[in-house]
Design a protein around this ligand. Structure first.
Ligand SMILES: Nc1[nH]c(=O)nc2c1ncn2[C@H]1C[C@H](O)[C@@H](COP(=O)(O)OP(=O)(O)OP(=O)(O)O)O1
Length: 160
């Protein structure tokens, strides 16, 4: 089965990270980056911008691709639910983030991100996004998504 392709795009503006409190779908209740599935006929960059627009009603500016991750959910017995995620950072936004059906905006200082309210893998890779680095990696989460079974990550990779 081909992995689902999805995006994440975190604006980092004046030392603050823009996140969303996800209202529905995968990871509902968690603090995440704006993002979602790539649709047919759009590039991943277009998908990243569209999701920020749809979820927060702002236009991201200075959007930079930082890397790619494979996320797998499994407990070692089943092999399903793989997601290939293209990760972007944005150096600004145009407009004021709004609450939508999908998302409630939250700004957090980059030095005090509440990682315990995020996906378990975010504490591993998000500090590198905040530091301006590029990356590529693979994360295996338990089926309930609550623990990290294993991961591999390379920092400072070439990103097209
Ligand atoms: N382990 C993980 N860590 C993380 O930080 N983000 C993850 C993640 N696993 C999935 N995601 C993100 C990537 C992507 O933005 C989103 C995909 O979840 P969904 O399919 O529920 O998306 P949405 O419901 O927002 O998609 P659309 O229906 O396309 O809007 O979840």
């Amino acid at each position: 089965m081909e992995p689902t392709e999805a995006t994440l795009c975190h604006p980092v503006v004046d030392g603050e990270l823009l996140c969303i409190r996800k209202q529905r779908g995968l990871g509902a209740g968690k603090l995440v980056g704006p993002g979602g599935k790539v649709e047919g006929g759009e590039t991943v960059r277009e998908a990243a911008r569209r999701e920020v627009r749809e979820e927060l009603r702002v236009e991201p500016v200075g959007v930079e691709k930082r890397g790619e991750f494979d996320f797998h959910f499994r407990d070692g017995t089943v092999d399903d639910d793989s997601m290939h995620v293209y990760v972007f950072a944005a150096e600004g936004i145009e407009g004021e983030p709004e609450t939508t059906e999908e998302a409630v905006p939250e700004w957090h200082p980059t030095g005090a991100v509440p990682y315990d309210e995020m996906w378990i893998d975010d504490r591993v890779w998000l500090p590198h996004l905040i530091a301006g680095e590029t990356f590529r990696g693979e994360f295996v989460l338990s089926d309930d998504g609550e623990s990290l079974v294993r991961y591999e990550m390379e920092i400072g990779v070439a990103v097209e």
